[in-house]
Design a protein around this ligand. Sequence first.
Ligand code: 5RP
Length: 234
Amino acid sequence: MNGDIDARKRAAAERAATLAEDGMVLGLGTGSTAALALVALAARMRDGLRVVGIPSSRATEMLATQLGIPLVTLADHPTLDLTIDGADEVDPALDLIKGAGGALLREKVLAAASRRLVIVVDDSKLVRHLGQRSALPVEVVPFALPTVVHHLREAGLRPVPRQIGETLTVTDNGNHIIDCHTGPIADARALDRQLRAITGVVDHGLFLGLTSAVVIGHGQDRVVVHPRGEPGTW
Ligand code: 5RP
């Protein structure tokens, strides 16, 4: 990882970890920035913080276990106090594209079940319009893959099933992902409805109206917190 970007991610992750309070049930995000938040949380736990977490992926479950963060499930706690997660893009309204790491469905379940969703990013993730630099991932049941690709192509979304080598990737939920190269998205809410209407689509990486605050790591250890309702100026 680029050293400077790594430092920006770490600074944002460490600030976000200070938001955890004793007794909280935390949603644990996925990706390199969320992982740094887990490391910061574990450090606070060594100093006495008592929290439990629900992981958004098997990768995060493994990391949290290694770090000694006690894990619970949605069956134990159907609502959460705070989820800390990364993002691929953040627009000035704090809407997001997520899912480059393939965990978008569980991440969205935790985000929707949380009283607060705090997003941790370095400033390279800030965009004027969603879709301008990242592909939009769409999670689909395997049986429906060809027909969903057809629908997405007809809609002009330039779909590419996600593969490692010749093999389609499989999510923690046993589904496939189709990356849509949309370019800047003019109306994310309309696209959300359009994607949801396609049978076989399980969910997608647009996280709209879910973010409570975004914690942004800039250069030289400068961290800016943008709460919801105070739109970003980028
Ligand atoms: C995984 C995600 C990640 O949070 C997103 O891809 C950001 O990852 P990173 O912090 O490694 O850039 O949505 O599904």
